[in-house]
Write a protein that binds this ligand. Structure first.
Ligand code: PFF
Length: 456
């Protein structure tokens, strides 16, 4: 996937470059499409009243997500280092301050915190592969599937076991370098996931509750949302696109000079958003058809989908494949979450990639124990936003990512000079002007406005 042969007359990355534009798009799509689309989006929409949340999320994706993603890629490509060093270098080069490195450092930390709980959910997914294959859900009732889920997450040893397996898989791949295998995985996984979502959608339509699901997702009732919900939608837009934390910046560092940043970002945003909407359209009719609660929370897809598969012809097969694909999607995202931390340790502390991965992976695993226990032993230990898991999720998605995105757009829009950004984005046409307006005004003001309103 990475080659050292890119015809790049300017600065080059220590880690090599993507072999093609497609390789970059696949890697960023692999990072973006993950549990955020299929696990998190439906339950967040469910908890925040549906339509209004979805609408705000879509607006955030277009007017904030897109310019932030472009800013991250262009900063990454210009600096060609890990996010901390890149922000420091460009801060100096653009005549501002080396302290911009704090933005990179916050991204490294956000990646570590997000992966700590992401790995636990990915572990649930791994466990559900085995459960599906052994027909645990064939013909099961809604109550039986819910009870099964409750029992599963209630057993801390099992949850910690699967969290450990998933983190080991991540360490294994990241330590070996971002290799061809990953590119192949994404190339096959995203279309396959899309096909399975369509199969599920077909089943959802056949339940007769499709219009109820659509109405829930697209009828906007803003009274139910509030500023907390708007912030949650903004946070979800950041989370699902993998932006605001330097992951895309780290990937941008390996991007050849001639590749179009706008085109690549547009492709990724479109793919990611389509998969999330499809997931919602497949899941909500199932929720209503089975009398479940859309505000069920993090267990939502682990209860609705096995139920649907359990009643579908060929369900054991489809269900197994589905959870395998979801685990792959989580895996390719997890790698993006580790990359800023690993690149930072390799470059800053002169460790080998393998050593850096083990250090970062070990730390993430340890923090993840707090989330793994949040569904059982520590489920009644609540503070601030709720359990340990709720707090890590709130802090990262609702605060660190939007704050990271705010500082990144301010940096790209105001600190970097026009020549630097137009050089990276290719010229001064109307697309460039649109990006500049979004990055200088709309995105930062939008993020600040939501943050201020939600916390006051
Ligand atoms: N975008 C991923 C998802 O939707 O599951 C989560 C994620 C991956 C966030 C990588 C941030 C990141 F750097």
């Amino acid at each position: 996937m990475l080659s050292n042969l890119a015809g790049d007359e300017k600065r080059t990355s220590l880690h090599g470059h993507w072999s093609s534009r497609m390789a970059f798009i696949l890697a960023v799509t692999g990072s973006a499409v993950g549990l955020g689309n299929i696990w998190k989006f439906p339950y967040m929409a469910g908890q925040n009243g549906g339509g209004a949340f979805v609408l705000v999320y879509l607006v955030c994706v277009v007017v904030i997500g897109m310019p932030v993603m472009m800013s991250e890629i262009l900063i990454g490509r210009r600096g060609r280092r890990n996010p901390v060093a890149t922000m420091e270098l460009l801060g100096r080069e653009e005549g501002s301050s080396v302290h911009w490195r704090v933005v990179g450092a916050m991204g490294v930390l956000a990646g570590i915190l997000i992966l700590s709980y992401y790995s636990m959910i990915a572990g649930w997914t791994l466990a559900y592969i085995g459960k599906s294959a052994s027909s645990s859900f064939a013909g099961a009732s809604a109550t039986a599937v819910a009870a099964h889920f409750g029992e599963f997450v209630g057993d801390w040893k099992t949850v910690v076991f699967w969290h450990t397996i998933f983190m080991s898989l991540c360490v294994f791949v990241v330590a070996r370098g971002v290799e061809r295998g990953l590119e192949q995985a994404v190339r096959f996984m995203v279309p396959a996931l899309l096909i399975l979502m369509l199969v599920l959608l077909g089943y959802s339509i056949s339940t007769g509750f499709f219009s109820q699901g659509v109405a829930f997702m697209f009828t906007a009732d803003f009274d139910k949302l509030g500023w907390g919900g708007v912030l949650a939608a903004l946070g979800q837009a950041f989370f699902t696109l993998s932006i605001g934390m330097g992951a895309i910046m780290a990937y941008g560092a390996y991007l050849p000079e001639e590749t179009s940043i706008t085109g690549s970002a547009a492709a990724v945003v479109t793919a990611d958003t389509s998969i999330a909407i499809l997931a919602g359209l497949a899941i909500f009719p199932l929720v209503f058809a089975n009398g479940l609660d859309p505000a069920e929370g993090p267990g939502l897809v682990f209860q609705t989908l096995p139920l649907a598969f359990g009643q579908m012809p060929g369900g054991v097969f489809f269900s197994t494949i589905f959870f395998v694909l979801l685990a792959f999607a989580a895996w390719t995202s997890a790698i993006g979450l580790m990359e800023p931390g690993v690149a930072f340790i390799v470059e800053q502390y002169h460790r080998t990639r393998a050593q850096a991965t083990i250090i970062v992976g070990g730390l993430i695993w340890f923090i993840g124990l707090g989330s793994a226990l949040s569904f059982n032993v520590l489920k009644d230990t609540k503070f601030l936003a709720g359990t340990f898991f709720d707090n890590v999720d709130y802090l990262t998605s609702n605060i660190m990512l939007p704050l990271g995105g705010l500082l990144i757009t301010i940096f790209a829009g105001w600190v970097m000079c026009r020549n630097s950004t137009s050089d990276e984005l290719g010229g001064s046409g109307s697309l460039y002007s649109a990006w500049r307006i979004l990055a200088r005004f709309i995105a930062p003001i939008g993020i600040l406005f939501v943050l201020i309103n939600a916390v006051t």
